[in-house]
Design a protein around this ligand. Structure first.
Ligand SMILES: NC(=O)c1ccc[n+]([C@@H]2O[C@H](COP(=O)([O-])OP(=O)(O)OC[C@H]3O[C@@H](n4cnc5c(N)ncnc54)[C@H](OP(=O)(O)O)[C@@H]3O)[C@@H](O)[C@H]2O)c1
Length: 302
């Protein structure tokens, strides 16, 4: 596993990180398997774990806490998110300073940590990034509860705004082969010293034609989510099917190598429920995408 600096935050992270989210965190997915994936990731050198207070209806954070219990966490950057609240099957929002501070304190308890490696605001609007909220975030840092601060948004205007905020150390954007339009934004973020995290680095698996291979309940869930909420990824992912027929690397590895070809990216975050997929994804660290494959990707991106 190779490691990269998280911008100018002083932390370094594995260039492939594991998302503790979605099906991974749900009670329908057996806890032993979920924990086994985290332990295998640790054994494989992963030091960046990404979760959220509202992920998997609030179940992901405490599950990640149980997975990390008793492990050496000294080199880890455990990232979580605040501003969204799991409310039964729905997700509410509250970016008031008091709610964000209370959420961070709850996350520390859920995760069993004394300090969060990275606290990210989870999809705020620009108007919600008030001076009061920024002061509250800095307060969390000053109390030693949070090492780095960030924003996770798939809205380029919000990321652009976040790049200009000195309190923030990192941004998490939706960057994958389907999103070349994020590249100038990522360059500006890195030039401003921000760590850049590629959430959705595998386009939710859709470059592998996820909806066409259903082997377990999680596949049905991911396929339904794709068809209902991310039809663009499902439709456009099909254009990158050729990535699954390359010599020397698998389709998922090529998708990750593409993201990591940008030296401005600190970490590509992946989600998986299968040990074999985790091993395949971690093996992508250090792989370089051949020039002719990159050229073909560029043609498909037009
Ligand atoms: N997606 C978002 O909207 C979003 C938003 C913010 C942050 N993030 C962060 O980014 C992480 C990754 O997001 P994501 O969208 O890439 O993942 P994701 O939503 O967690 O979905 C990953 C999908 O890719 C599949 N997959 C992973 N490795 C594979 C492999 N080697 N071969 C075939 N299929 C594979 C998984 O299937 P298997 O389970 O079968 O491996 C799963 O269906 C999240 O866990 C979260 O931490 C995501």
């Amino acid at each position: 596993m190779l490691y990269r600096p998280l911008g100018q935050s002083g932390s370094s992270v594995s260039e492939i990180g594991l998302g503790a989210a979605s099906w991974w965190g749900k009670p329908q997915f057996p806890e032993a398997k979920a924990i086994g994936l985290v332990h295998a990731a640790l054994d494989g050198g992963v030091t960046f774990f990404d979760t959220g207070s509202s992920y998997s209806a609030g179940q992901a954070e405490p599950r990640l806490g149980r997975a990390l219990k008793g492990k050496d966490i000294s080199k880890l950057v455990v990232a979580t998110k605040a501003g969204t609240i799991a409310d039964g099957g729905k997700v509410g929002r509250d970016f008031s300073p008091a709610a964000v501070v209370a959420s961070a304190e709850r996350s520390l308890r859920n995760l069993g940590l004394s300090e969060l490696g990275l606290l990210q605001l989870h999809g705020p609007a620009i108007a919600e990034l008030t001076d009061e909220l920024r002061a509250a975030l800095s307060g969390l840092k000053a109390r030693g509860l949070v090492r780095a601060l960030g924003v996770n948004s798939f809205d380029p205007a919000v990321i652009e705004h976040a790049i200009g905020l000195p309190e923030l150390d990192a941004v998490m954007v939706d960057y994958n082969v389907l999103r070349p339009e994020r590249e100038p934004l990522i360059e500006r973020a890195a030039a401003a010293g921000k760590g850049v995290l590629a959430g959705m680095a595998m386009a939710m698996g859709h470059t592998g034609l996820k909806v066409a291979s259903l082997r377990g309940p999680q596949d049905l869930w991911y396929a339904a989510r794709g068809l209902i909420r991310h039809p663009r990824e499902v439709r456009e992912g099909a254009r990158f099917k050729f990535l699954n027929h390359l010599a020397g690397m698998t389709g998922p590895q090529a998708a990750l190598a593409y993201v990591l070809a940008s030296r401005d990216v600190s970490c590509a975050v992946i989600g998986t429920t299968r040990l074999a997929h985790l091993a395949e994804n971690l093996a992508a660290s250090g792989m370089e995408i051949p020039t002719e494959v990159m050229a073909r990707i560029r043609v498909q991106q037009r």
